[in-house]
Design a protein around this ligand. Structure first.
Ligand SMILES: Cc1cc2nc3c(=O)[nH]c(=O)nc-3n(C[C@H](O)[C@H](O)[C@H](O)COP(=O)(O)O)c2cc1C
Length: 181
């Protein structure tokens, strides 16, 4: 198989990106929870939500699989932090090194997309984590906040949606297929 789009999504942002990419390219999209095969797939694409810096399902999907000769990987993270800010991208890439072996990273094209959050839909556990983070942030002087901290503070308790389908164009190009103009 040439490609498959695997997504790790808790609240639906990464799934929406995966399904849109699938509609644009004809490549099937499937959740990591369905344990899709990676072996024999020329270019698996992984799209996953960021949770405390980690990409949901990424480690589980690739940890026990070494890349095959000629295999490439495309990874797209989906988070609230703005990927136009270098600091955010740097942090995400550091944490990717803890989730993917260097063999996979060496052959990976990495992209960053922006997702959404709706505090009304968060699980009690996630709401508690965010409340703790926000409380500790409020005890920290604003000048010391990272870009991620500012994104958390700006969206705390709200419904925020940074969804942008046009941000998929570089992924379509990386797949070597024709996408949106
Ligand atoms: C507990 C929790 C932790 C999060 N951690 C991060 C993070 O480290 N970086 C980030 O950019 N966004 C973070 N987010 C925001 C999610 O990445 C964002 O809501 C994303 O769209 C979720 O994707 P999904 O709906 O596909 O699961 C976090 C959200 C929650 C609820």
């Amino acid at each position: 198989m040439k490609s498959v789009i695997i997504y790790g999504s808790r609240y639906g942002s990464s799934r929406r990106y995966a399904e849109q990419l699938s509609a644009l390219t004809g490549v099937p999209a499937v959740s990591f929870e369905d344990d899709p095969p990676v072996s024999g797939v020329e270019t698996p694409v992984y799209i996953g939500g960021l949770y405390a810096g980690g990409v949901l399902g990424l480690k589980k999907t690739f940890r026990s699989r070494a890349p095959e000769p000629g295999q490439r990987l495309i990874v797209a993270t989906v988070g609230l932090a703005d990927p136009l800010l270098e600091e955010n991208v740097r942090n995400i890439r550091v944490s990717l090194r803890k989730q993917l072996s260097s063999a996979w990273l060496e052959r990976a094209g990495v992209f960053h997309l922006r997702g959404a959050i709706n505090y009304r839909l968060l699980s009690p556990g996630h709401r508690a984590v965010m409340a703790l983070l926000y409380r500790s942030l409020r005890r920290t002087p604003v000048e010391k906040w990272s870009a991620e901290d500012r994104a958390l503070a700006d969206t705390y308790g709200k419904c925020a949606d940074f969804f942008d389908f046009s941000a998929l164009a570089p992924l379509v190009r990386a797949l070597g297929l024709h996408g949106p103009a």
